[in-house]
Design a protein around this ligand. Structure first.
Ligand code: HEC
Ligand code: HEC
Length: 276
């Protein structure tokens, strides 16, 4: 970045400029953040429940709702200042949110993240909650096992649909990406078959709804086959770096290598100043 026409003295002055330290710290933080994102372990899946609409499920679900959800969503799921109404969101939204550990939310951030399930959350209690919310105002239902079975889908067709509809947020292989205002599209490596389907029909957070007119149920199954299929493609030689190819590899090498050199240079000059 430094022009060749500048004298050694002016470079030294620039390096000692108070802003130079901030630049180095900002760079180091950036590298730490990037490194963390690349190395954070993924794994652990929750088995999604299939909602049944039995009457005792609805009343059990109502009890669970009062105990775990009403403080934010209101006594009758009508919504409060803290959280939106759940009337009409459907069993699919409840199953998606609860089986992925997003709900009950722990605190209000830019986005409620996936987290380990509370001990009371089981496929049975999730189905009861889903049945209760479904009874309030309909909405998308939980898909059957057959409807989300990747073995019955066409992964090649699903890949085309995925590239056309999802990669602007979720990246080519579903590795995720940042959106505006601290929101992000998560990696798709942890979602169960049912959760992938449910995310499409309910459009959580900043994600759009892909209803059956936009993408038919069969096409959704093709996409599940694609998304779960790319997971088993291993990256030879370590981290996938988003699988964009040599571009990212070069960039990461360049930034990390260069920053180490800069940090070393600063460390050396700092020592000199103390002794002189
Ligand atoms: C601490 C407050 C809080 C608690 C407790 C909570 N939620 Fe939520 N919930 C939210 C907020 C805020 C949102 C909206 C933000 C988002 O979608 O990420 C939300 C969104 C949802 C949605 C998505 C609605 C949609 O339009 O798709 C569902 C479904 C849901 N909650 C179900 C539940 C259930 C079921 C429980 C109890 C097991 C629960 N929530 C407990 C705060 C809470
Ligand atoms: C506009 C950006 C955007 C597009 C386009 C988009 N998504 Fe998402 N997606 C998101 C965001 C944001 C979330 C996180 C929502 C949350 O946590 O509440 C998400 C979450 C998901 C999840 C849940 C992941 C998990 O670990 O629980 C799945 C599955 C998913 N999306 C699949 C898809 C598929 C399939 C498509 C294409 C049909 C798609 N998304 C298109 C933004 C997007």
């Amino acid at each position: 970045m430094i022009g060749t026409g500048i004298s050694v003295n002016s470079i030294t002055a620039k390096r000692r400029h108070p802003l130079a330290r901030f630049a180095v710290v900002a760079l180091a933080l950036g590298i730490l953040g990037g490194g963390y994102a690349l190395t954070t372990p993924t794994g652990g899946t929750a088995d999604a429940a299939v909602a049944s609409g039995r009457a005792d499920d609805v009343s059990e679900g109502r009890n669970l709702f009062v105990a775990h959800c009403a403080s934010c969503h209101g006594w009758n799921a009508e919504g409060t200042a803290k959280a939106p109404t759940l009337v009409g969101v459907g069993a699919a939204a409840v199953d998606f949110q609860v089986s992925s550990g997003r709900m009950p939310a722990a605190d209000a951030g830019a986005q409620v993240p996936r987290k380990p399930l509370a001990p009371w959350v089981t496929p049975a209690t999730t189905a009861q909650l889903a049945a209760y919310i479904q009874s309030l105002g309909g909405g998308p239902t939980v898909p059957s096992k057959e409807q989300v079975n990747p073995a019955m889908g066409d992964a090649a067709k699903g890949g085309e649909l995925f590239r056309a509809n999802c990669i602007q947020c979720h990246n080519f292989v579903g590795a995720g990406g940042a959106l505006t205002y601290g929101k992000y599209a998560p990696s798709l490596n942890e979602a169960t078959d049912a959760q992938i389907y449910e995310a499409m029909v309910t459009g959580p957070q900043a994600m759009p709804v892909f209803n059956d007119a936009t993408i038919t149920p069969d096409e959704k199954r093709d996409m599940i086959a694609y998304i779960t299929g790319v997971r088993s493609q291993v990256d030879p030689g370590g981290s996938g770096l988003g699988r964009i190819g040599p571009v990212t590899e070069g960039l990461v090498g360049w930034i990390v290598g260069l920053s180490l050199l800069i940090l070393a240079a600063i460390w050396i000059t700092a020592k000199k100043r103390q002794t002189s």
